[in-house]
Design a protein around this ligand. Structure first.
Ligand code: ADP
Length: 609
């Protein structure tokens, strides 16, 4: 039979495995056992609806054997098995194909062990210790079996074979020992048993070596807190969800009442590479009476907590329900609402007690919480708002809004914030000066959704949010305001001229009441701000462009204003140039590129000369 080639991506992963510098080669066993266990899960789930499955719970097992003379290890299961087509599809192509794309994007070293840790390359890890691998498999309900054979990158074959029972037998032909790597150790059944104990103890089906069941089979979430330490849970998390970092939080739930269930939920601190993309599927693993019903049940998590990973096990769920019905399931709703509350309180606990860890979490998932606040017209804003953090200018670190308010002087009425691309740009805006001068702290808001968040929240406690771009910063006395209005009136012709010189780019030009050391700044009028404009521009939808109405504010106390005024009276061309320069400067300080950067540069050169 002709050899088939692996798909390019698989080939590269395979290559990585074969020439692996990854020291933790022993994980191959955990990967194969986990696949075997999944295959048994699938058959046992099928037995609920298919009477032709005659196996009972007690019949399922995973058998591991080593043969020192032939240098082979076999991992056998009597699970669902694979057809020839499935062998082709599952083993010819790597399942988690995102891993390579990620590696390329991030320019990771070819053999980066993190990739293996984070994605779990599954079956292919067998090639770390094997020179050849065969997979003999018979799918449940099929008459024929097939054998898949491969010695590595040069391809694989699939041929008809003999096998009585449905299931899979994987045979590893263990590599010869080389310097610095004693592969023969894997041929020792005692050593293999210790690996099962170490990595696969909680696997729910018996793993048998030399006639003995090695694993305790009690899943980790079914065990009591006294039996299982946080370290054990963290280790389970890292293995199961392919994360190389400890979770930020561990939540154990043992609920009894209207619905009883056990859950072990993790709040991650590192972010999956595809988290904010459509390819990420959120959800918790759902078990009922020891049978896995769903790998990722997304109905158990609200969208804003979709980063949570973990397992839920409840004997109260009706088992033979389809996914559609599951969505309506009342028990499921009760479980979900309980989990939601627990995640919230765990997050608050981490925020209060382990700030460093919370900050790490927040850097990755803060955006998700913000989306949660603005979703459904702010339906959950009060539930989520105390989880927010922003960079405080005065305290020079991330603070919660409560912490900002605590430090407010009595006379301060508003929660001031500066929106912008980054901390430096936002706090560097000219319009922050009067707030700073008044002695008030400013929060830097650097996510494009932040102004939607403050817009939906409106206030926190009894303090209203106020952008430094706001027309009225609430700092002026009545006298001040009148004075500014007077100057505005006096300079009406000049301001109109400036507006006309800008060819419609500014919706209004006015005398500013916030500028101190800068001659101009850009603000907006109407409901759309500059940051919102940027946000809309970043969306993939192609519709009418949503733009902010720009307002050019001029500082009447600045020398440049006098120069402008003078030019307006004596040299209109120069006045128009100054207007354009002031506008472009203001654009740059607001984090916008001038409409025509080259024209701006030319104009500037003209005056430098
Ligand atoms: P993953 O398990 O992460 O999906 P793998 O590369 O380990 O990736 O396996 C690819 C697929 O091959 C699995 O999703 C499964 O469908 C199939 N498979 C692997 N091992 C077995 C097995 N022992 N029995 C049945 N199917 C298996």
């Amino acid at each position: 039979m002709a050899k088939k080639q692996f798909k390019t991506e698989s080939k590269r992963i395979l290559d990585m495995m074969i020439n692996s510098v990854y020291t933790n080669k022993e994980i191959f066993l955990r990967e194969l056992i986990s696949n075997a266990s999944d295959a048994i899960d699938k058959l046992s789930y099928r037995s609920l609806t298919d009477d032709s499955v005659t196996l009972t719970r007690e019949d399922y097992k995973i058998i591991i054997a080593a043969d020192k003379d032939n240098r082979t290890i076999t991992v056998s299961d009597n699970g669902i098995g694979m057809t020839a087509k499935e062998l082709e599809e599952n083993l010819g192509v790597i399942a988690k194909s995102g891993s390579l794309a990620f590696k390329k994007e991030h320019g990771e070293a070819e053999e980066s062990p993190d990739i293996i840790g984070q994605f779990g390359v599954g079956f292919y890890s067998a090639f770390m210790i094997s020179s050849k691998v065969t997979v003999l498999s018979k799918a449940y309900g099929e008459d024929t079996a097939n054998i898949w054979t491969s010695s590595g990158v040069d391809g694989y074959t699939i041929e008809p074979a003999e096998k009585d029972q449905a299931g899979t037998v994987i045979t590893l032909y263990v590599k010869e020992d080389e310097e610095g790597e004693e592969y023969s150790r894997f041929l020792d059944e005692n050593y293999l048993s210790s690996l099962v104990k170490k990595y696969s103890d909680y696997i729910r089906w018996p793993v048998i070596i030399g006639g003995n069941t090695i694993n305790s089979m009690v899943p980790i979430w079914q065990r009591s807190k006294s039996e299982v330490s946080d370290e054990d849970c963290a280790a389970y998390y890292k293995e199961t969800f392919y994360d190389d970092k400890d979770p930020a939080g561990i939540i154990r739930i043992n609920a009894e009442g209207t619905v009883s269930f056990k859950a072990l939920i993790f709040i991650p601190r590192s972010i999956p590479f595809d988290y904010y993309s459509a390819s990420f599927t959120p959800g918790l693993r759902l078990y009922s009476n020891g049978v896995m019903i769903m790998e990722k049940c997304s109905d158990l998590l609200p969208d804003y907590f979709r980063f949570a990973r973990g397992v839920v096990d409840s004997p109260d769920l009706s088992l033979n329900i389809s996914r559609e019905i599951l969505q309506q399931d009342r028990q499921l709703k009760i479980i979900a609402s309980n989990i939601e509350k627990r995640i919230k309180s765990e997050l608050k606990k981490i925020m209060d007690k382990s700030r460093d860890i919370y900050e790490e979490f927040y850097k990755n998932f803060g955006l998700q919480l913000k989306y949660g606040i603005i979703a459904d017209f702010g339906a959950k804003k009060d539930f989520l708002k105390d989880l927010l953090m922003y960079y405080s200018e005065k305290q020079q670190k991330m603070v919660s809004i409560d912490e900002y308010i605590e430090k407010m002087p009595q006379c301060q009425k508003y929660i001031y914030f500066a929106p912008g691309e980054n901390v430096k740009m936002s706090l560097g805006m000219p319009q922050t000066e009067p707030v700073r001068e008044a002695g008030f702290d400013i929060l830097s808001m650097t996510d494009s959704v932040d102004e939607f968040v403050t817009g939906i929240l409106e206030e926190y406690g009894d303090k209203k949010f106020k952008s430094v771009n706001d027309d009225d910063l609430g700092l002026d006395t009545e006298e001040n305001k009148e004075e500014k209005e007077k100057i505005q009136e006096e300079n009406k012709d000049l301001l109109d001229f400036v507006k006309d010189s800008l060819d419609g780019r500014a919706a209004a030009v006015k005398i500013s009441n916030k500028l101190k050391s800068y001659p101009s700044c850009l603000s907006t009028q109407g409901p759309i701000t500059l940051e919102m404009e940027k946000y809309f521009a970043s969306l993939p939808t192609q519709g009418e462009k949503i733009t902010a109405e720009r307002v050019l504010e001029l500082n009447p106390d600045h020398d440049i204003f006098t120069v402008l005024k003078d030019a307006f009276e004596n040299d209109k061309e120069k006045a128009a140039d100054i207007a354009k320069l002031l506008y472009s400067q203001a654009e740059i300080m607001a984090g916008c590129l001038p409409e025509d950067p080259s024209a701006f540069a030319l104009l500037m050169s003209k005056y430098i000369k």
